[in-house]
Design a protein around this ligand. Sequence first.
Ligand code: ZN
Length: 223
Amino acid sequence: MKWRIISFFVFVLLSSFHQPYVVSSLNDYIKLIQKDPSKTLVDIKKFCPSIMIDIRYATSNNFLKFPIYSKAKAYARFPVALALTNIQKEIEPLGLSLKIYDAYRPYSVTRKMWQLTNGSPYVANPVYGSVHNRATAVDLTLVNIEDSTEVPMPSQYDEFNIKASHQYYNVQRSFINNRNLLKRIMEKHGFKANEHEWWHYDFQNYQQYELLDISFEDLESIP
Ligand SMILES: [Zn+2]
């Protein structure tokens, strides 16, 4: 028992010193994408203009109640942007569009969120980083093209409680069907659902993409 307690504290101590590898200079990022162009970050709105974006962390309409992003930008690695474009093409004939709440998140923002929330279980631990920091995760929902209204889901975006779970069924059948429709189409195109957040999807093999800390301004400066 004593050893278990000691090893636990050693683990906590080591974790607090562990710094993951993060690509944090624009030069290093450019070298990386010259070597492997599939790792390029793509501005989703420019790549597929019909996809709607509502970057909540660039507004006060988020769980922090103030903007934490300097710009309302949705960037993702090239294969992720391509998959989202294919999904958009598939759902448009149904009168639906994707609406992105969040995509690439610079690593320093994850660190800031962790500090501001005193290590909330709903915020990624900077020791590991978030899949959003790899530009391989998206938070999104479905919207009716005709009137731009969001398709009803069992909870609001970033509503951190049981209603956000894929296992929550104590709600209208049509809301569950909407959640399932989003899941089915996303998983068909290489994304994996997060059990606890119906809006969050990780792209396949995200581990092969580095954590990044490149600002939106620096990304925009690349010709
Ligand atoms: Zn997310």
